[in-house]
Design a protein around this ligand. Structure first.
Ligand SMILES: Cc1cc2nc3c(=O)[nH]c(=O)nc-3n(C[C@H](O)[C@H](O)[C@H](O)COP(=O)(O)O)c2cc1C
Length: 296
């Protein structure tokens, strides 16, 4: 192990340890015993599932002996390209789990912004007590291969035939072959288009919080002849240079502002305490346009 130093550092707690002694920070090059950076916080293990959230939420429709049901689901993933396969994790007590176990099939319907409140609502009702499709008056259309209905207000539909049922902890993992895919081209071509908000998929963040993807950014791809280590090193250097540039520009702007304040061409308001109530922050009616006479 290569240890560098054992001294009070800027990371040490100024209040000291429990007995008031300074806390020493170990700086080492061994990644396994190197302490976590100060801003890092520990969370309960259940947070792992929340960290993995963010993919498009789906409405799973299922049907058995003429009874159809719908439930929102965030725990899903593709598991094979050839053949195309997906998996969903459904908690054991869900009515949907019963229906899928019997019918061995399900449909993933991808809701968009207009269905936001439906999604949350459908996640609070149980299909064994209420006919959710009927209660929410959601329009449906016929499947290509499955027997469960497809929800018309969605942007894409994936029909699935179950090939494996794996009880895991308190959930059941249904692994399925994709039997048909249909999309609304306003939302999806060979990827989500991120057009108007009402055409984008909903992303679930936990609790009652959802989000949309806001824009597409393209990553650069190294050429075949590029040595990966050199590309990574160069890209990192570029990023650092960009950060340095941005910092220098900000410092330049601050210097210019300081000079304007010194010359009396700008007012330094950093020392003033303004009383701003939360209600007045966005109330533009209280202000007046500079250069125009104040309102009476
Ligand atoms: C956005 C959202 C995502 C959800 N994701 C899942 C999930 O991945 N797996 C699961 O078992 N339950 C999930 N739930 C909870 C079920 O949708 C909920 O318990 C529903 O009422 C079950 O309906 P059912 O009993 O009619 O099948 C989610 C709920 C919401 C609102």
């Amino acid at each position: 192990m290569r240890c560098r130093i054992l001294l009070p550092t800027p990371h040490c707690d100024p209040a000291g340890g429990r007995d008031g002694a300074p806390i020493l920070t170990l700086v080492t090059n061994d990644p396994l015993i190197r302490p976590a950076p100060e801003h890092v916080e520990e969370r309960p293990r259940a947070a792992a599932a929340r960290l993995l959230l963010g993919g498009p939420v789906v409405l799973v429709t299922s049907s058995y002996r003429g009874q159809a049901n719908v439930m929102p689901l965030a725990w899903h993933m593709p598991v094979s390209v050839d053949p195309p396969m997906v998996a969903i994790a459904v908690e054991q007590s869900r009515h949907t789990a019963e229906l899928i176990k019997h019918s061995q099939e399900f449909v993933l319907n991808f809701p968009t912004r207009p269905l936001l409140h439906h999604v949350q609502y459908l996640g609070s009702l149980h299909g064994d007590r209420v006919d959710k499709i009927d209660a929410t008056q959601l329009e449906t259309f016929g499947p290509m291969k499955a027997t469960a209905p497809l929800l018309a207000a969605c942007a894409a539909w994936v029909e699935c035939a179950v090939v494996e049922v794996m009880p895991l902890g308190d959930h059941i993992l249904f692994v399925a072959l994709v039997s048909a895919v249909q999309v609304d081209p306003a939302s999806f071509d060979d990827g989500w288009l991120l057009g108007p908000e009402e055409t984008r998929p909903l992303h679930y963040l936990g609790g009652t919080r959802y989000s949309f993807l806001s824009r597409v950014v393209e990553a650069r791809v190294p050429g075949v002849s590029d040595a990966p280590e050199r590309v990574l090193r160069d890209r990192l250097a570029e990023e650092l240079e960009l950060t340095k540039d941005a910092r220098e520009k900000r410092e330049e702007r601050l210097d210019a502002l300081k000079r304007e304040v010194e010359d009396g061409r700008a007012l330094d308001i950093s020392g003033l305490e303004l009383e701003v109530s939360p209600e007045s922050v966005l109330d533009l009616s209280r202000g007046h346009v500079i250069g125009e006479p104040p309102r009476p």
